[in-house]
Design a protein around this ligand. Structure first.
Ligand SMILES: [Zn+2]
Length: 252
C-alpha cells in the first residue's frame, strides 16, 4: 500500500465486449451531477465532451475498466484531477496489500488512512475500482509518481507467494493491459513497476516473490485485445463528438 497519485474523459457506455478508452464504462443508477451550475440536464449532456474532466459530471458507479466493481475510497485518500489532460499517465504501480482484499477496501474507505489505490485485485480475480483514473490516488508515497500513475493493489502478503494465484495474476494483467492500451504506455519494467521501485519509498511491495516475467508475459498477451477495445472506444467517442457538433449546428 502507499500514500498520495491521468486520464479519462469519464462517461460512456459499456457496449458488448468493446472496452473503453478515454471514457468510463457502465453508469450505475443514481446520477450525481457535480458542479453543473445552472445547466439543464439536457444541455449538460450535449456540452459534456467539451468540458475539462474536473467540470464533468461524475456519476456514482462509473468505472474505467470493464468488469470492475465500483466501491469508492474515502474522498480524503485521493485528489480531484483531470488526467490525462492535466497530468500524463505513464506508469502502472503494483502493490501488495499485506492483508486481505476486504482489509484493503476497509482502509481505503477510512479517511484517516491517508492512502488508497485506484484498484484492488482479489485472489479469485475479482477487481474493485475505488478511485477514478481521472483522479490522483495517494498510493505511491511520492507526489509526482502519484500524479503520473495508476495504482493496483493485490490481496495477500509479500512473503506468501502461494497467495499470488493464477486468477489474480491474470485479472491484474488484463487490467494493466487495458490501462497500457488506453494511455499508450509501453509494456516493460520501466513503466510497470513495483511500489518498492518508487523513489523515496520505504515500502517493499510487491516483494521478491512477485513473478514479473510471468506478469509481463500475461500483460503482453492481453494487449492486442485491449488495444482493439481502446481503438473502438476512441472511434465511438469521436463519432459522438461529431454528432454533438452536428446537433449544435442544426439548432443554430
Ligand atoms: Zn504499496
Amino acid at each position: 500500500m502507499g500514500s498520495e497519485s491521468k486520464r479519462g474523459k469519464g462517461r460512456g457506455k459499456e457496449s458488448g465486449k468493446r472496452g473503453v478508452s478515454r471514457r468510463a464504462v457502465l453508469i450505475g443508477a443514481g446520477a450525481v451531477v457535480v458542479g453543473t451550475g445552472v445547466l439543464a440536464r439536457d444541455e449538460l449532456k450535449r456540452v459534456w465532451w467539451r468540458m475539462p474532466g474536473m467540470a464533468k459530471p461524475r456519476k456514482e458507479g462509473e468505472i474505467d475498466h470493464v468488469g470492475a466493481e465500483w466501491t469508492s475510497a474515502s474522498r480524503a485518500n485521493w485528489r480531484l484531477a483531470d488526467r490525462p489532460d492535466d497530468y500524463g499517465v505513464d506508469r502502472v504501480i503494483i502493490h501488495v496489500v499485506q492483508g486481505s482484499y476486504l482489509t484493503a477496501l476497509k482502509v481505503f474507505k477510512d479517511p484517516g488512512h491517508g492512502a488508497a489505490a485506484h484498484y484492488v485485485v482479489r485472489k479469485d480475480g475479482h477487481v474493485a475500482q475505488m478511485i477514478r483514473e481521472l483522479d490522483v490516488a495517494f498510493h505511491a508515497g511520492n507526489r509526482s509518481y502519484n500524479e503520473r500513475s495508476i495504482g493496483i493493489e493485490h490481496e495477500g502478503f509479500v512473503d506468501r507467494p502461494a497467495g499470488f494465484t493464477d486468477a489474480m495474476y491474470r485479472a491484474s494483467a488484463q487490467l494493466t493491459a487495458d490501462i497500457c492500451a488506453r494511455y499508450e504506455i509501453p509494456v516493460d519494467r520501466e513503466h510497470i513497476i513495483g511500489h518498492v521501485e518508487v523513489p523515496g519509498t520505504d515500502h517493499t511491495d510487491p516483494g521478491p516473490h512477485w513473478d514479473w516475467n510471468r506478469y509481463l508475459a500475461l500483460v503482453r498477451a492481453a494487449l492486442p485485445t485491449a488495444r482493439k477495445a481502446a481503438e473502438a472506444a476512441e472511434a465511438a467517442e469521436a463519432a459522438e463528438a461529431a454528432e454533438a457538433s452536428r446537433a449544435r449546428s442544426d439548432r443554430a
